[in-house]
Design a protein around this ligand. Sequence first.
Ligand code: GTP
Ligand code: MG
Length: 441
Amino acid sequence: MLEDLTQKLETVFQKLRGYGTLTEKNVADSMKEIRRALLEADVNYKVVKDFVSSVQDKAIGQDVLRSVTPGQMIVKIVHSELIDLLGETSTQIKIAGIPPTIVMLAGLQGCGKTTFAGKLAQFFRKKGRHPMLVAADVYRPAAIEQLKVVGKSLDIPVYSEDSGEPVKICSQAIAEARQQTCDLLILDTAGRLHIDDEMMRELEEIKEKVKPHEILFVADGMTGQDAVNSAKEFCTRLEFDGIVLTKLDGDTRGGAALSIRAVTQKPIKFIGVGEKYDAIEQFFPDRMASRILGMGDVVTLVEKAQETIDQEKAARLEKKILKQDFNLEDFFDQLQQIKKMGPLDQLLGMIPGVGSQLSGMNVDDRSFVSIEAIINSMTVLERRNPKILNGSRRRRIAMGSGTSVQEINRLLNQFGQMKKMLKNMRRMPRKGMGNVPFNMG
Ligand SMILES: Nc1nc2c(ncn2[C@@H]2O[C@H](COP(=O)(O)OP(=O)(O)OP(=O)(O)O)[C@@H](O)[C@H]2O)c(=O)[nH]1
Ligand SMILES: [Mg+2]
């Protein structure tokens, strides 16, 4: 996500840090480079102009040039200005006093509304709520069916009917939610290719009659400035409460993420980072700013770990490590847990300093595949006692896993190093043991 921009900004900052003292000319030059990097990332030109001039004012106004670490000071200014641009604080969904809370999703065709409906439902279910999805898209053939599939795969109830009248469907859904004691209704509305009067009127009517507590505009992050423009138009017609930016996992240049808040004055509340239902993140301006500047996002990483890691297994593992009998079987389990956290490149991107180095590199989950294949080709005895893996056993495993003896040697070496590291960690006082870091080589 936004790796290109991160890398360009990093280059600017590196240069800045390199100067012992800064001159106004150095600063002006860097501002030009920041400006170019933002424009290339497809950030709205007006937003860029305001951003750069505000950074420049602060850089010159705060005695930055005479400070001990001028480069560092400028990074700090850019960071806080980015947070400002992205919305300062994270904004939550309003929960209704009397259930159900009604969340309406609106947006152009294919922007990801239906997928997001599933993501949001699951997101809130994890927080203890009882969501219900409402099929209010009565135009596209198979739209209702699509939502039913989403509901079925997540085991979340879906309200639909054949009346073909979205307002009626939504109103009925409220009654049905009360019946089934669902406290959150998510309305999946129809999308159109372009903003047209008919669609707007329908959305306005739902808004007026159903009175959603929260209207979220879903924008396709991949479409860059188009997403920003449609958000602006929607905003004038349909006062929405917040924005969802989807498809930020792809090769998006990220301009939409950086301009949409400034242009609409509405907060981004969630981002979509993949097609799966757990590929949703609550939007935190400060975390996003840190990610863009290559400072990583450890907070999100830790949260993901807490969400997915099986605490019981972690405790069992800790005991094994204490007794020094951590083996390849345990290691295999660890890999499975890491995999559950999300695609490897996204996880690595959250580690400070790693994000910018990833771009262009092909980090993908296939690195796991050969390790898994190797371990799968071992007998239980071998997994528990890697020491017995002599030459002929290694050759057999290489054949079985479609890898080479070298790959097996490398894996065993890394495993050996990891065990050593764990042994040293044993001597350090610590609390709880999450994941074991591993160099994928
Ligand atoms: N990579 C990626 N793909 C996504 C994301 N969100 C949705 N998609 C994909 O985008 C396509 C369209 O998604 P839908 O959820 O059907 O979009 P929609 O807005 O409901 O479309 P209409 O109902 O036709 O208006 C699907 O192929 C989704 O898998 C995301 O965050 N990342
Ligand atoms: Mg849809």
